[in-house]
Ligand binder design. Structure first.
Ligand code: NOJ
Ligand code: CA
Length: 677
C-alpha cells in the first residue's frame, strides 16, 4: 500500500519537475528540495521573500558503502502536520507548543539500489532537517566519510562565531565578521542578513554521531564538517539510523531567536520517567577562591576543600536560602599540575582534611545539599572505570547533583581502548557524545543530575534527559579571575544570542568584588554590580551559582537581596528587546508564582531602553524593586554605584531603563495582594 502510494506521488513529483516543498504553519518559512541533473538533492530556505539558504547540497558518503549523494529519483514525498503541547519538568517555560509541517522525501537510486530519506520539519521559528538511512543491503557497520549538507548564506550576512576544532574547546571570545570571513566555526553560530532577518545554525538531538562545525567553502557557502575520531573516521553508524537534526532558526529580529523552542521540539521526549528528583536551585561553593588563587585545589596550607571551610559555606547557604554547596578539590589527585593529572584522580577517596561523610551529613542537617564534583582533566577512561563506585558514594551521601569537568585541550580527551592503547579524542566527537550520555544514564539511575563543564555543545538533550541540568561550553565568569584575560565588554550581550540559544549555561554569575586584584589591575570583572544581578534573569540556567565569596555578599546586603529573591525555574520567559552583541532586556515569571523578574544588560555603551510592562497580569498591582546603575555608574570607574528604588506599577505602564557602560538593571515585580494599600 505504502509502495503504491509512493509511486503515485512519484508520478506527481515528476510532473512537477522534481521539486518538493514544505512551509511553516504560518506560511512564512518555506523549504524546497530539488534534484539536479545528476540526481543530487539540493535545497533552499526562504523567510517571507528573503532567500536565507540558496541551492545547497545534501547527502552522505561512506567508506565501504555506495554514497547517498546522487543518482536519485524522488520515490515518495509524504507530508504530515502536527500540533501538540508538552510540559517541561523545569525550564524557561512550563508549556511548549510543537507545531510544524513535515515533508519526508524518500530518494531512491538504482544500481546499486539504495535509499535515503530526507525529513524536513518547518516550524514557525525555523527548520529541522535530517537524514534517515533505512535498513538495506550493504549499509551495515558504516563509516561516514563526509556529510555534504551546506548552508549557502547571503555573502553580506554578519556572523557571530567562535572557532571550531580549537584548543580551548568552546571557551573563546566571539568574532563578529562578515560571513565570508568565518573560517571554521562551532554552532550555534548567529547571522544577521541585510534586511534584519536573524538566523542561527545549529543541530538538535546529537546522539551517537559526531557534532559538526561549519566550514567555509567560499562566498558564504558553509558546509557541515563532522568532528572525526582519532583514526579519522567521522561517524560509525549502522543502518537503520538517523542523523541529528540540522537546524536553521529564523526570526525577524534578534530577540525572536531567543523566544524559540525549536531545539527542544526536535528532541525526543523525556526518556527517564519520573524526574521529580531533578531540582532547580541556587548554589554557592568552594570555587572562586581557587580561581582567585586565595586557595588551592591541591592539598597543603591553602587547601580550599577542608571540612571546616565546607561547613562555613554550608552555614552561609543555610542562612541565606541556597540549595547546594559545591566543593571542588575534595578528592585525591589534585597535587601537582592537575590539568595534566587525569589518570591519578580518585573519585572515591577524599583528601585527609576533608571528611566527606561529616560534610554531607552536616549539609543535610542544615537543609542544604553537598554538590559533588568530578574533574577528569580529560582522562575519560580513568573516570569511566570508577564511575559506578563514584556515583554510588554520592548517592549514599544524599548528593543529587554533580558538576563534572573535562579540562583538556580540544582533541585531547584520553581514552584507553581495550588493548590498553591511549587514543586522543575531541570533546565533540562521536566518542565524547556517547560518553556524556553514559554518565547521564548512570547518574539518572541514582537520582543524580549532571552539570558538565568542558562539555560537548548543548543540542536540547535536556528534554530527553532532564537530569542534564546545565553545562558550561563557553567562556564563563571564570575568565574574570586571576588567571585569564577578562571577558570582553560585549561578551555577555553576545552569549545570549549565540551560546545560550543552545540551552542553559552554568556561567556562574554574581561576582560582587569586581576588582579583586585592586582598582588598577586589568584582571577584573568588566561590569557594574547591577549587570551581575541582571545575569540571573538574562542568562538561563535551572541551577545558578552565587559565585563570589560569602564575605563579599555580606558586605553588600542590599544587592545580595536580589540574588536571594530571584528563582531559577520559570513559568514563562520573554526576551523583549535587544541587539546581538549590544544589549538584551529579558523578563521571566517564576514557576508556580505571580512575581515577574526582569534583567537588562548592555555592552560598553550606555543605553536607555523603554519597556512596556504589558507582560504583567492585567488589573494587578505590582511593587517594582529596581536595582539600577546609578547616575555616574560605569564599569571601570564606578561599578558599584547602584540606585535602589521601589515603586508601584501596573501592566499599562512603560518603564524607562537606563544602563551605564558595562551596566545593567535587575527588577523584581512583586505582585501585591488585591486591595492592599
Ligand atoms: C574548569 C571548570 O570550568 C571550573 O569551573 C572548575 O573550577 C575547574 N575546571 C576545575 O575543575
Ligand atoms: Ca571551563
Amino acid at each position: 500500500m505504502a509502495m503504491r502510494r509512493g509511486w503515485f506521488i512519484l508520478l506527481l513529483v515528476a510532473a512537477m519537475g522534481h521539486a518538493e516543498s514544505v512551509s511553516s504553519p504560518d506560511g512564512r518559512i518555506t523549504v524546497a528540495v530539488t534534484l539536479n541533473d545528476a540526481g543530487a538533492p539540493r535545497y533552499s530556505v526562504t523567510f517571507g521573500e528573503i532567500a536565507v539558504v540558496s541551492d545547497s547540497a545534501l547527502g552522505l558518503s561512506f567508506a565501504d558503502a555506495p554514497d547517498l549523494v546522487s543518482g536519485f529519483e524522488i520515490a515518495s514525498a509524504e507530508t504530515r502536520s502536527a500540533d501538540s503541547t508538552w510540559e517541561q519538568p523545569w525550564g524557561e517555560r512550563r508549556t511548549v507548543r510543537d507545531h510544524y509541517n513535515e515533508l519526508a522525501l524518500t530518494l531512491a537510486a538504482a544500481s546499486p539500489e539504495r535509499e535515503l530519506v530526507i525529513r524536513i520539519r518547518a516550524h514557525d521559528d525555523g527548520v529541522g532537517l535530517r537524514y534517515e538511512v533505512p535498513e538495506q543491503p550493504a549499509y551495515e557497520a558504516l563509516v561516514v566519510t563526509d556529510e555534504l549538507t551546506e548552508f549557502r548564506m547571503p555573502s553580506d550576512a554578519r556572523a557571530w562565531w567562535i572557532p571550531g576544532r580549537g584548543w580551548n574547546r568552546y571557551e573563546f571570545h566571539y568574532t563578529e565578521s562578515v560571513v565570508t570571513d568565518l573560517t571554521l566555526a562551532h554552532t550555534p553560530a548567529t547571522f544577521r542578513l541585510a534586511d534584519g532577518v536573524h538566523v542561527s545554525l545549529h543541530e538538535a538531538a546529537l546522539v551517537d554521531y559526531p557534532a559538526y562545525v561549519l566550514e567555509q567553502r567560499g562566498f558564504g557557502a558553509l558546509k557541515t564538517n563532522l568532528t572525526p575520531w582519532s583514526n579519522g573516521d567521522l561517524a560509525r553508524v549502522n543502518a537503520p539510523f538517523a542523523t541529528p537534526w540540522r537546524t536553521i532558526h529564523l526570526a525577524a529580529d534578534a530577540t525572536g531567536l531567543i523566544n524559540s523552542d525549536l531545539l527542544l521540539n526536535l528532541n525526543a521526549p523525556n526518556a527517564l520517567g519520573d524526574v521529580s528528583w531533578v531540582r532547580p536551585g541556587k548554589y554557592v561553593g568552594i570555587w572562586w577562591e581557587m580561581h582567585l588563587d586565595i586557595a588551592t585545589w591541591g592539598s597543603g596550607d591553602r587547601h580550599g576543600a577542608t571540612t571546616e571551610n565546607a561547613k562555613r559555606y554550608i552555614d552561609f547557604a543555610a542562612n541565606h536560602g541556597f540549595d547546594g554547596v559545591l566543593v571542588e578539590g575534595w578528592n585525591t589527585g589534585w597535587d601537582g599540575d592537575w590539568t595534566a593529572n587525569g589518570s591519578v584522580f580518585s573519585f572515591t577517596e577524599a583528601s585527609e582534611d576533608f571528611d566527606i561523610e561529616a560534610v554531607a551529613g552536616y549539609a543535610l542537617e542544615r537543609g542544604v545539599r553537598l554538590i559533588g564534583h568530578h574533574e577528569t582533566s580529560g582522562h575519560v577512561s580513568n573516570y569511566e572505570s570508577q564511575l559506578d563506585d563514584a556515583l554510588d558514594l554520592y548517592e549514599r551521601l544524599g548528593v543529587t547533583q554533580i558538576k563534572t569537568g573535562y579540562v583538556a585541550n580540544g582533541g585531547d580527551l584520553q581514552v584507553e581502548d581495550d588493548s590498553g592503547e591511549l587514543r586522543r579524542e575531541w570533546h565533540d566527537g562521536q566518542f565524547a557524545v556517547g560518553h556524556f550520555i553514559r554518565v547521564l544514564e548512570a547518574a539518572a539511575k541514582r537520582g543524580i543530575s549532571i552539570n558538565t563543564h568542558e562539555p560537548v555543545k548543548d543540542t536540547g538533550l535536556r528534554r530527553t534527559y532532564p537530569n542534564w541540568i546545565t553545562r558550561e561550553g563557553a567562556r564563563g565568569q571564570e575568565y574574570n579571575a586571576a588567571w585569564a584575560e577578562p571577558n570582553a565588554l560585549n561578551h555577555n550581550a553576545t552569549l545570549v544570542y549565540t551560546r545560550f540559544l543552545s540551552g542553559p549555561m552554568d556561567f556562574t554569575p554574581g561576582i560582587f568584588d569586581l576588582m579583586h586584584q585592586g582598582s588598577d589591575a586589568t584582571r577584573r570583572v568588566q561590569s557594574t554590580l547591577a549587570h551581575q544581578l541582571a545575569l540571573y534573569v538574562v542568562f538561563y540556567s535551572p541551577v545558578q551559582m552565587a559565585a563570589d565569596l560569602p564575605q563579599n555578599y555580606l558586605a553588600r546586603p542590599e544587592a545580595f537581596q536580589f540574588i536571594k529573591d530571584v528563582p531559577a525555574d520559570w513559568e514563562e520567559s520573554i526576551a523583549i528587546a535587544g541587539s546581538v552583541g549590544e544589549y538584551l532586556v529579558q523578563t521571566r515569571r517564576e514557576r508556580a508564582g505571580d512575581d515577574w523578574f526582569l534583567g537588562g544588560i548592555t555592552d560598553g555603551t550606555a543605553r536607555e531602553v523603554r519597556v512596556s510592562l504589558g507582560f504583567l497580569s492585567p488589573d494587578t498591582r505590582y511593587e517594582a524593586q529596581l536595582y539600577a546603575d546609578g547616575a555616574d555608574a560605569h564599569w571601570q570607574s564606578a561599578p558599584y554605584e547602584m540606585a535602589l528604588s521601589t515603586r508601584e506599577v501596573t501592566a499599562g505602564e512603560t518603564l524607562s531603563l537606563r544602563m551605564a557602560p558595562g551596566g545593567g538593571v535587575a527588577v523584581r515585580f512583586r505582585r501585591l495582594p488585591a486591595g492592599d494599600e
